[in-house]
Write a protein that binds this ligand. Structure first.
Ligand code: ADP
Ligand code: MG
Length: 485
């Protein structure tokens, strides 16, 4: 794959971005305990002795979390380590009662791999360094109204997969496109619910700038970006901030920064600590994580076709443009809908146009998730069948679609009948109208005969009106040309 595309420069600087993404794995229970991971419970009602770090408790690995990590590695072409190690990342914080986070350091479970996506019509690829399993920490709740801070350990021990890229991205737009693709992959294979507001998918963007050809600049890491919009804003602000500072003759200091959506600015939270500060060492409470080739194969066999593979198949099998195929594989729900409708009407391009056009317009207007769509794939398939066999025009089909959307379950044909939307297929009746319109519009007829193509449109318009929109415009055109020849 070609990735040696020329980087876009910002004020003469090249932007370099690497991502660390925390995807919360969709297991029912925590990574090392049996407490529930459900979101939104009363504080500390889902924290068991292990999560509270009571003395003498021991972590027990959740198999489901490992399965999800393996599935991710397979989806992005990584090496699945047959033996990986859990390590203690030591630091003090009130929401971390153990005094360390269990993570993976030297030998992570998922190694290498790449994420491919489109940036406009350009195919790009971002290499992954690794993806490792770790536990989340708890949360400090600052209760301003009583001037106190409480600790909620419900989140402590929630399974995370931290996915780390090489510094391969060269613009905020590319970073967002990568993050969207990654989000699509983890939700598609069902290892993460992808809910960004609830923190199930959070990105840290490492950003630096350099003059083209220079060695990598010093990076600053923007923490916890949990919306694609903020991601782009934060990176753009950070890039400008760094360039201005360098232009002022000052150095960039490695730091961790936070983005404030209200001001649109990034602000240093702390100067960055080094790996050495965490004093990583293998966790003596957990044996090495051993994964057999057979287990990997079992998971591979159960995995659904991946979005990129499916998109390529849509191009090949249905002759769809690359753009359509990408849009139709945004989620499993959309892809299934498209395929079901095509199965019924055998009109892939028409279905694609409807899904990307009318369907998505109505979903947006009603602020509905695709999963909640009120018109079934079979209904849309029936409707498109009636367009392609000439029963109704595309415009009439929109009226039928609106009725279906509003909950009319009488059936596509019944709605067409009830609304009198059938196109005129009776040539005799149509000829009568055409003759009538030609007689009443002698001027247009003469103009057309004199070589003015536009005059034909005027006649078509008159005929459509006279037929109350039921004539087939193409048929009208043909008939007119015959008569005027
Ligand atoms: P740490 O684990 O201390 O955060 P890593 O070296 O693992 O440091 O890098 C973390 C992330 O920062 C990776 O995604 C990497 O690609 C990215 N990164 C490293 N150096 C740079 C740089 N100079 N500019 C931008 N991103 C960088
Ligand atoms: Mg980091």
């Amino acid at each position: 794959m070609k990735t040696s595309v020329k980087s876009p420069l910002v004020m003469g600087y090249e932007v370099v971005i690497g991502f660390e993404t925390h995807a919360q794995l969709s297991t029912q229970s925590k990574i090392f305990s049996r407490a529930s991971t459900a979101f939104g419970a009363e504080p500390n009602t889902q924290a068991c002795a292990v999560d509270l770090a009571l003395p003498g408790t021991l972590p027990v690995m959740n198999k489901g979390a490992v399965e999800r990590a393996i599935a991710f590695g397979l989806a992005v072409g990584s090496h699945i380590a047959p033996r990986s190690i859990f390590a203690r990342k030591n630091y003090f914080y009130p929401d971390l009662p153990k005094g360390y986070q269990i993570s993976q350091f030297e030998i992570p479970v998922v190694q290498g791999g790449e994420v491919e996506f489109y940036l406009g019509d350009e195919k790009r690829s971002v290499r992954l360094v690794r993806a490792h399993l770790e536990e989340d920490a708890g949360k400090s709740l600052h209760e301003d109204f009583i001037g106190q801070t409480g600790i909620d350990l419900n989140r402590a021990g929630t399974p995370l997969l931290e996915i780390v890229t090489e510094p391969d991205m060269r613009s905020s737009a590319e970073a967002v496109a990568y993050a969207k693709e990654l989000h699509k992959i983890v939700t598609w294979i069902g290892i993460c619910d992808g809910n960004m507001q609830e923190g199930s998918f959070r990105c840290d963007a490492n950003v630096s700038v350099r003059k083209p050809g220079a060695p990598l600049g010093t990076r600053r890491e923007i923490k916890n970006l949990n919306s694609f919009k903020f991601m782009q804003q934060a990176i753009d602000y950070e890039v400008r901030w760094q360039i201005e500072r360098i232009e002022d003759g000052k150095a960039i200091e490695q730091a961790t920064v936070l983005f404030n959506p209200d001001t649109g600015e990034t602000r240093a939270m702390r100067t960055k600590e080094d790996a050495a500060d965490y004093r990583y060492f293998p966790d003596p409470d957990l044996p090495p994580l051993c994964i057999s080739e057979q287990w990997v194969q079992e998971i591979r066999a159960q995995m659904a076709e991946l979005p990129r593979v499916m998109a390529d198949r849509f191009v090949r099998e249905h002759g769809l443009p690359e753009y359509d195929a990408t849009q139709l594989t945004q989620s499993q729900a959309i892809a299934a809908y498209f395929q079901d409708a095509v199965l019924l009407c055998q009109q892939p391009k028409l279905v694609s146009n409807w899904v990307m056009g009318e369907v998505s317009r109505k979903l947006n207007a009603d602020e509905l998730e695709f999963e909640k769509i009120p018109v079934s794939a079979l209904q849309l398939g029936e409707l498109i069948k009636r367009i392609s066999d000439g029963t109704i025009s595309n415009n009439a089909a929109k009226q039928v679609f609106d009725a279906l959307w509003a909950g009319d379950v009488s059936g596509v044909d019944a709605i067409i009948e009830a609304k009198g939307l059938k196109q005129m297929n009776d040539t005799g009746a149509l000829e009568k109208i055409v003759d009538g319109v030609m007689a009443a519009n002698a001027k247009n007829v003469a103009e057309f005969k004199a070589g003015n193509e536009k005059a034909l449109n005027a006649l078509v318009g008159q005929i459509m009106k006279a037929s109350q929109g039921k004539a087939n415009p193409q048929q009208v055109n043909e008939l007119l040309r015959q008569k005027l020849a």
